[in-house]
Design a protein around this ligand. Structure first.
Ligand SMILES: [Zn+2]
Ligand SMILES: [Zn+2]
Length: 622
């Protein structure tokens, strides 16, 4: 972490303490859970027997927090042995802290790190400020005023140095994320160094709310959820399906240019496949499993790679055939916890535009760079910039990963060289962010309101080739172990669309718009309807999606409706259009590049739309 993020981190974490100080003052019987730093802010899980906090309480909590901030209390570090710490937790009636301390005591070193992280709220694998680590057997505390909390730090010097903050929301959260545990209240706040930065963030959130993909998805009728089908299982309407198909066509078009061969696989498999691949052990609770009537255990696939290895392994391969590239857009299934599900951002049925490259070690670089090209071309068409990041293993937790440490080191070295060469400078490395079978390059796409989202990945895998015994016959007629590269471009269509719908606020480009042209009639007379039908028929023949609005409404109202529906083009059919077939398209504002739209014959208009859709342009030429 840079100095800047370190400082912001300490500010946010200190605010969690200040919030707990305020809550304890207002509700002295409150029991504290954990208070980590999260993106843009902080939270604290609190169990308050005497009340349920609502947003109405934020004002008084914030007032108390300001009072603590104005007093500029010093954060003082002290240490206790675990026994003393346990005594402290008991006498202060803090059962959750007591539980953490007991676990820390019982579980010893390995677990301690995780627990320590939980107490601090650090995601495991990320280190706090240098020198802030607690020695095992000794626990650190921070005190400000008369509030003391079990904590690893880091903190700012005193409560006056925390920047600008705002409490945002409160939500139920099970203690340690387990629904068998008591439910606590999770109090969230955002914090920035300056008031200006905070305001900018709040404005962005306002804008994000307007663009919420769940809201737009409903308004535009793109996808729905059904209680009968279940949470996290989106159902795609005809309009949504148009978009998914168009996306997949685009991905496959790019893939075929780079010589990927489409394959297809069943959505279930014998458990044995995942025992061999290691997913059984590592995916654990996230796997949907079932038992057949004959008593065999089957699993819904959470990934496609193991299936693809079996296609590769079905035949002997000479080195001359390599790289072999498979592409496959298909669903995978993960049993996410219901509390984690939200719109399309996190679902249980995930459509991956997956691909696997089987190659020799000396082909990794070239192949990865080609995938990188595809990624840049893909996101370029959507007007989104991508940024690459490296995700490596955490050397302190080797048990989380499969395979030989030497293979990992080599792979990480290869990826570092590749990224440095391509980007021209060093990239951020997410330690502990690797997949369990290999390191990866993750791509972040920036949306229209400045948020970054993780999208595509290039992952190296030396483990599955080992586990499935994948090889090629090399120049010396020997069996040579190969490498696998996993390469999703959109990542998952669900997640990609959650990002993209918010990026565009539902204003899809011409090629993706579920409805590309709206035909508006000025009246319901026979010649008007005939002309509208003629144009619609011509458009259909050319593969253009239209909708004819011949309702008995004013033209003005119909035009407004077309705008609300975010249709890229609309044409009005009246007397003039009927007489000579000349139309004057109206173009959605965000894609208009000229002030006055040309008059042209409807065939010419439709053909222009065809060309624009084909070349996937963002802006209209009309
Ligand atoms: Zn702390
Ligand atoms: Zn894969």
């Amino acid at each position: 972490m840079s100095k800047n993020t370190d400082e912001m981190y300490a500010m946010r974490h200190s605010l969690a303490h200040i919030m707990a100080t305020a809550v304890m003052k207002l509700w002295p019987k409150a029991k504290l859970g954990v208070g980590p730093v999260v993106e843009n802010g902080f939270y604290y899980d609190i169990d308050i027997p005497e009340t349920t906090i609502s947003e109405d309480d934020f004002k008084q909590i914030e007032k108390e927090m300001r009072s603590v901030i104005n007093q500029n209390q010093t954060f003082e570090l002290s240490h206790k042995s675990i026994d003393e710490a346990l005594k402290w937790a008991k006498s202060n009636k803090q059962p959750y802290k007591e539980e953490l301390l007991n676990d820390l005591n019982r579980e010893g070193t390995t677990k301690a790190k995780e627990l320590e992280a939980a107490m601090m709220g650090l995601p495991s694998g990320i280190q706090g400020a240098a020198g802030s680590k607690v020695a095992i057997g000794d626990v650190s505390f921070y005190t400000n005023g008369d509030f003391t909390d079990l904590c690893r730090g880091p903190h700012v010097e005193s409560t006056g140095k925390v920047g600008a903050f705002k409490l945002m929301r409160v939500a139920g959260a099970y203690w340690r994320g387990d629904e068998k545990n008591p439910q606590m209240q999770r109090l969230y706040g955002v914090a920035f160094k300056t008031k200006e930065e905070l305001n900018k963030h709040l404005q962005m959130l306002e804008e994000a709310k307007k663009r919420d993909h769940r809201k737009i998805g409903k308004e535009m009728d793109l996808f729905v959820f059904s209680d009968l089908v279940g949470q996290g299982l989106p159902l795609w309407t005809p309009r949504g399906t148009v978009i998914r198909r168009a996306l997949d066509d685009f991905v496959q078009e790019l893939r075929s240019e780079y010589d990927y061969l489409p394959v297809d696989i069943p959505h279930i498999t014998k458990k044995d496949l995942y025992e061999t691949s290691g997913h059984w052990e590592k995916f654990g609770d996230e796997l949907f499993s079932m038992t057949t009537r004959e008593g065999h255990e089957f699993v819904m696939k959470p990934m496609n790679c193991p299936h693809h290895t079996q296609i590769y392994a079905s035949q002997p391969h000479s080195y001359r055939e390599l790289p072999i590239r498979f592409s496959n857009t298909t669903m995978v299934y993960r049993d996410e916890q219901s509390g984690e599900l939200g719109g399309l951002s996190r679902v249980r049925s995930i459509t991956q535009d997956d691909a696997h490259v089987f190659c020799r070690s000396d082909q990794i670089k070239e192949e990865a760079l080609k995938i990188w090209d595809i990624i840049e071309r893909f996101y370029g068409v959507f007007g989104m910039e991508v940024r690459a990041e490296l995700s490596f293993m955490d050397p302190d937790e080797p048990e989380k990963y499969l395979g030989d440490i030497k293979l990992w080191k080599d792979a990480q070295k290869t990826l570092t060289e590749l990224v440095t060469e391509r980007v021209g400078k060093e990239t951020t490395i997410g330690v502990g962010e690797a997949a369990f079978y290999g390191p990866k390059i993750d791509f972040q796409a920036k949306d229209a309101i400045g948020r970054e989202h993780q999208v595509a990945t290039i992952q190296l895998d030396f483990n599955q080739p080992e586990r499935f015994d994948l090889f090629c016959i090399n120049e010396k007629s020997e069996e040579e172990r190969i490498v696998m590269i996993h390469a999703a471009i959109a990542g998952s269509f669900e997640r990609f669309l959650s990002v993209y719908i918010e990026h565009t606020a539902g204003k899809f480009p011409i090629w993706l718009a579920p409805e590309q042209v709206r035909i508006i009639t000025v009246n319901q007379e026979e010649p008007t309807l005939e002309m509208a039908a003629k144009i619609a028929e011509y458009a259909k023949k050319k593969g253009i999606r239209t909708y004819t609005d011949n309702d008995n409404e004013s033209v003005g109202k119909k035009i407004r409706q077309a705008e609300v529906a975010k249709v890229p083009y609309s044409i009005v059919i009246g007397e003039k259009e009927i007489s000579n077939g000349i139309v004057t398209p109206r173009v959605r504002k965000d894609i208009s590049v000229i002030d006055t739209h040309p008059e042209l014959h409807y065939e010419q208009f439709i053909n222009t739309v065809v060309n624009e859709a084909k070349s996937r342009v963002i802006q209209s030429s009309l």
